[in-house]
Design a protein around this ligand. Structure first.
Ligand code: ADP
Ligand code: MG
Length: 213
């Protein structure tokens, strides 16, 4: 029931996460987050940095753990969230939508900063963050470092207000390393044979010294 309401995009569990492949992630810390305790304390979690490193996987796995601990969870992408708030604002239903996104004990917002937000959208997002502040948990993933959030929210004042609340009681987990997908492809030999056909992908991919060793 809780799993259905959460609207996860896919089934991703901690048991399927290869911590050995991702040394920048502390397994103990993730397992602790997956108990949902941070939700009871009104804390935030941020998974930051490059594509393919497992941010969404960990966000869903932590969300599933929280449901098992009895918390209500809602998963959304930043784009869908902001589009829904903007539409509700236009049609006079903003309050209903703010309640919709404030009710779950844990709100997971995936792909924040993937696209910069318009000024109005950033203000709507701020209203939501402000409402949720210290009431339940908040988990976001982003491919942008916190230092670039001024640009993400289009306005330094709004960005500061959002960050002030999101970072106040927070666990910021900066993941490093290369995309898990590309790594798997390289291992199977697929990536190397196609790399020459994909100049941009090949340029972005450095040889992994661990694998060479
Ligand atoms: P991100 O959200 O950071 O772009 P994803 O979480 O979507 O990355 O990960 C991309 C794919 O790789 C997903 O299918 C995910 O399950 C898988 N993946 C990423 N990191 C790992 C890992 N350490 N162990 C197992 N699967 C992983
Ligand atoms: Mg993702």
């Amino acid at each position: 029931m809780g799993l259905k309401l959460a609207k996860f995009p896919a089934v991703r569990e901690l048991s399927g996460f290869d911590f050995g492949a991702q040394p920048s992630v502390n397994e103990e810390q993730i397992r602790d987050l997956a108990t949902g305790r941070f939700i009871a304390h009104g804390e935030s979690v941020l998974f930051l940095r490059p594509p393919g490193v497992g941010k969404t996987h960990l966000a869903v796995a932590v969300g599933r753990g929280a449901i098992l601990s009895g918390y209500t969870v809602l998963f959304t992408t930043a784009a869908a969230l902001v589009a829904n708030l903007a539409k509700a604002h236009l049609t006079g239903r903003l309050e209903d939508q703010l309640i919709h996104y404030t009710k779950p004990k844990l709100l997971i917002v995936d792909e924040l900063g993937y696209l910069p937000l318009e000024e109005d959208a950033a203000h709507l997002f701020f209203q939501l963050v402000n409402r949720r502040y210290e009431r339940g948990g908040f988990l976001a993933t982003s491919n942008r470092p916190v230092a670039e959030w001024g640009r993400v929210f289009g306005d330094a004042v709004v960005a500061t207000a959002i960050l002030d609340r999101m970072l106040h009681h927070s666990h910021v987990i900066t993941i490093r390393g290369e995309s898990y997908r590309l790594r798997e492809k390289r291992r199977s030999g697929l990536f190397n044979s196609f790399a020459s056909l994909l100049p941009s992908a090949a340029a972005g991919s450095q040889p992994n010294p661990e694998e060479a060793a």
